[in-house]
Design a binder for this molecule. Structure first.
Ligand code: PEP
Ligand code: MG
Length: 885
């Protein structure tokens, strides 16, 4: 069968289906689906994404058969609508819109009211009986087409419109008459010709193909490319083009247009949530020029609602809401228009939602019997939980609220004010926290929104660009804050009470309340709702891989346990050495020339270490705890300040110079590859011996005195050869046995190693003859596999990622092809030698959803991550178990 390029929908039928998103794009597939389940959708057709791909492959040429298919489908629309494209008496007007596989809100182009010219406008006057409406539609079309298709600078036509309003002494577009619009159409066309040397196309067919070309072309515009990069959308997907008969929400007071969500996208509450504008076109709602009215009184409002103004349409809309939720079994984001009292559905798609809403909706839908538990778990993206785990404002802290806007996206952030996206990006690059303040945002601001901590806009509703994009990014956002007047020229905004905030001043946003505060207000950690707990219960039903935490203190361990950690996968003991009370003794130990001096210093540290471990074991209540012996190069502990050096010389009774000399001698050119990890244990066995003794005494004491059951896991870092491990294990075993015998108790323990060096991974079969467990230290393993310094990569890695040389920062998301291959191989080799060997990961990747899924696939027993990422890892592990790609 010949390849089909165009799919028709309308009149209760459709050639496409919801599951044809790859071919028809999200919008096209859902229009087809809505049409075939009998919802009122204006008829139209979708040109497939394959045409887009071909278009770019073939030097921007269309497949030969496309023209005939478009013509035939246009005829079908004409027949259903009883109107003819380009007809002088009864013309058909169409919209031309993009629609990719993944939603890319506002990133690509749209043309409305297409088919208008000096002849057909007469037909529209005859159809609508409204000359002003007809010319208003005409001028909107010319403006949009000139901008989108012809590449005319927007400001030129906007300026002519402003000039007209000034001449007429009116402030709003509504003050202009039919004659004014008619005159403006002529002025616009002249300006286009003067500027571009090209006449505005009068022929509707030429207009149509111009718009189709522009929409395909917009797939490759800069903002679409940026958006794809940020959201990992491949360029090969392409966009579809939807051509659909126009319906008008601006033909009078029995017309309206709006957007709605079948549940509240911010909180997830189960009520019909939406906004609309009477006598307006779709772009008026999203552009945030007029403040939209709610569709009902589910939440208090002073504005008249759709339910009150248009009860019949509202009731029909409520039924459609139910039909759609039952059909799609998910919260939907809807666009609708009412033309002369008749409701039309223009779009439905799975609605973007905040993390709390995602959880509430998933949990509620299970209770309502709409979805099963597996689906609920898969509905919440692990990365989304990050948003939920964001802090909120400390309720006890004083706050100076200077303005209130809409609570568009939750979270609480402080930062200094900037007014442009470029500034936001530049400031963020040098590590500053900024709040981007705009009158309203547009897709051009996307990079700045990404860089900013939070976003504040003066105009626009809960469905404005700023609100929708911020929510998607999980960024705190206060939108539609009419309390502030933004003045770009003076780089300041003025609040209602007269407070002036200038560029660089610090403000705080509360995206859950919509409040804007002067200065930085302190925040408190997250409080999780009951729904979160319910979801996590479901998550744990499906997850097979354990989740541990990286924690060095009883406090961190406690937080992690509250988040569901099932053990400690990494306790970095060196963090305990930095404590103010201990650092002097640690330095004494490092700087002692003789064993005796070192042992004296270690004897001071030992009881403190033992106390640390008792604290950790207590907190973990019998769950596994892996303690890593000292890892970093010793010079990291040395004093830099003269004052500290002097103090140390007094305690140690040696000269300042002697200490300085020792510090110099410890200098390394490449400390990451130097005297660190197990190499310290080999050369200064007394250090590891002290640590092992502290661990075992802590365990034995708790077992003996408090009846604990503990199996300490002693972990040796940076092993490259089996011999290193063999020597260190022998020492450790001797001490463990000695301590156990002294306490007269039975305590089991494990001695294992980190796999952090390629040589260790390559010889894992041999290493497993000694190691009772492996924990993949993928931070170092990434560093050493790539030959990429963890400390210096920041200078060039971002460039690599931005330019696609690396798909992602390999220190954030595991490089599965390279480093991952080593990990997988080491697992297989290790299991070959010791089938029951315990395998885990404790590099930062243990909290990255993609990496967690990889770890599940290669059969690790657990991942270990920072406490706040434990829920993310649990959810990712469940997704992995449920086969989520
Ligand atoms: C690692 O290298 O992955 C690791 C967990 O150890 P550290 O980050 O302490 O070097
Ligand atoms: Mg390491």
């Amino acid at each position: 069968m010949a390849q089909k390029f165009v799919y028709f929908f309308g009149n209760g039928e459709a050639e496409g289906r919801a599951d044809m998103k790859n071919l028809l794009g999200g919008k096209g597939a859902n229009l087809a689906e809505m049409s075939s389940i009998g919802l009122p959708v204006p008829p139209g057709f979708t040109i497939t994404t394959e045409v887009c791909t071909e278009f770019y492959k073939n030097n921007q040429a269309y497949p030969e058969a496309l023209a005939a298919e478009v013509a035939a489908n246009l005829k079908k629309i004409e027949a259903l609508m009883g109107r003819t494209f380009g007809d002088a008496q009864n013309p058909l007007l169409v919209s031309v819109r993009s629609g990719a596989r993944a939603s890319m809100p506002g990133m690509m182009d749209t043309v409305l009211n297409l088919g208008l010219n000096d002849t057909t406008v007469q037909g529209i006057i005859a159809q609508s009986g409204d000359e002003r409406f007809a010319y208003d539609a005409y001028r909107r079309f010319v403006q949009m087409y000139a901008d989108v298709v012809m590449g005319m600078e927007k400001e030129i036509l906007d300026h002519l419109l402003e000039q007209k309003k000034e001449q007429k002494g009116v402030h709003l577009d509504t003050g202009l008459t039919a004659a004014d619009w008619k005159d403006l159409v002529a002025q616009f066309k002249k300006a286009i010709f003067d500027e571009l040397g090209q006449a505005f196309p009068e022929d509707p067919q030429e207009q149509l193909w111009g718009a189709i070309g522009a929409v395909f072309g917009s797939w490759m515009n800069q903002r679409a490319i940026t958006y794809r990069k940020l959201n990992n959308i491949p360029a090969e997907w392409g966009t579809a083009v939807n051509v659909q008969s126009m319906v008008f929400g601006n033909m009078g007071d029995d017309c309206a247009t709006g957007v709605a969500f079948t549940r509240d996208p911010s909180t997830g509450e189960n009520y019909f949530y939406g906004e609309f504008l009477v006598n307006a076109q779709g772009e008026d709602v999203v552009a945030g020029i007029r403040t939209p009215q709610p569709i009902n009184r589910s939440k208090p409002t002073t504005l008249p609602t759709m339910e009150e103004l248009m009860p019949e349409c509202y009731n029909q809309f409520v039924e459609i809401r139910e039909t759609l939720e039952k059909h799609y079994k998910d919260m939907q984001d809807l666009e609708f228009t009412i033309e002369k009292g008749k409701l039309f559905m223009l779009q439905t798609r799975n609605g973007k939602r905040t993390a709390p809403a995602a959880i509430k909706i998933a949990v509620d839908m299970v209770k309502e019997g709409l979805i099963d538990e597996k689906t609920a778990v898969l509905r919440v993206a692990p990365s989304q939980l990050d948003q939920l785990l964001h802090p909120s404002l400390d309720p006890k802290a004083p706050k100076n609220v200077i303005a209130k806007g809409l609570p568009a996206s939750p979270g609480a952030v402080s930062g200094s004010v900037v007014f442009t996206a470029d500034e936001a990006e530049a400031e963020a690059k040098i590590g500053k926290k900024v709040i981007l303040v705009r009158i309203e945002t547009s897709p051009e601001d996307i990079h700045g929104m990404h860089a900013a901590q939070g976003i504040l806009t003066a105009r626009g509703g809960m469905t404005s660009h700023a609100a929708v994009v911020a929510r998607g990014m999980g960024k705190c956002c206060v939108a539609g804050c009419g309390d502030i007047k933004v003045d770009y020229a003076s780089e300041s905004f003025t609040a209602k009470n007269g407070v002036v905030v200038k560029k660089g001043d610090v403000i705080t946003l509360d995206g859950s309340k919509g409040e804007v505060m002067l200065g930085a207000v302190p925040t408190v950690p997250v409080q999780l709702t009951g729904d979160f707990g319910l979801l996590m219960e479901l998550v744990d039903k499906f997850r097979t891989m354990k989740v541990r935490t990286n924690a060095d203190t009883p406090h961190d361990a406690k937080v992690a346990r509250e988040f569901g950690a099932e053990g400690i996968g990494l306790c970095r003991t060196e963090h305990m050495f930095f404590d103010a009370e201990r650092i002097a003794a640690v330095r004494e130990m490092i700087l002692s020339e003789e064993l005796e001096g070192r042992e004296r210093a270690l004897a001071k540290i030992m009881p403190m270490q033992k106390g640390d471990f008792i604290g950790l074991f207590r907190e973990m209540k019998g769950l596994p705890v892996t303690i890593r012996l000292l890892d970093p190069p010793l010079h990291e502990f040395l004093p830099q300040e003269e004052r500290d050096i002097l103090e140390l010389s007094q305690t140690m009774k040696v000269t300042v110079n002697a200490i300085k000399h020792k510090i110099d001698s410890l200098h390394e050119f490449n400390p990451m590859l130097g005297h660190r990890g197990c190499r310290l244990g080999i050369t200064f066995p007394e250090i590891y011996n002290m640590q092992v003794r502290a661990i075992m005494e802590a365990a034995c004491e708790l077992v003996k005195n408090e009846g604990f059951s503990i199996v300490p896991e002693i972990m040796i870092p940076l092993i490259a050869t089996t011999k290193e491990l063999q020597v260190l294990k022998q020492n450790a075993v001797a001490i463990c046995e000695e301590v156990i015998a002294a306490y007269g108790v039975k305590v089991e323990y494990l001695i294992g190693t980190m796999i952090e060096l390629p040589r260790a991974a390559l010889t894992a079969d041999d290493i497993a003859t000694e190691a009772e467990f492996f924990s993949f230290g993928t931070n170092d393993l990434t560093q050493t596999t790539f030959g990429l310094s963890r400390d210096d990569a920041g200078k060039f890695l971002p460039f690599y990622v931005e330019n696609g040389i690396l798909p992602e920062d390999p220190f954030v998301s595991l490089d599965q092809t390279g480093v991952g291959k080593l990990v997988k191989m080491a697992c297989e080799l290790g299991r070959g030698t010791r089938p029951k060997i315990k395998l885990g990961i404790c590099g930062e990747h243990g909290g990255d959803p993609e990496s967690v899924i990889f770890c599940h696939k290669i059969g690790l027993d657990y991942v270990s991550c920072s406490p706040f990422r434990v829920p993310i890892a649990r959810l990712a592990a469940a997704h992995a178990a449920l086969g989520d790609k």
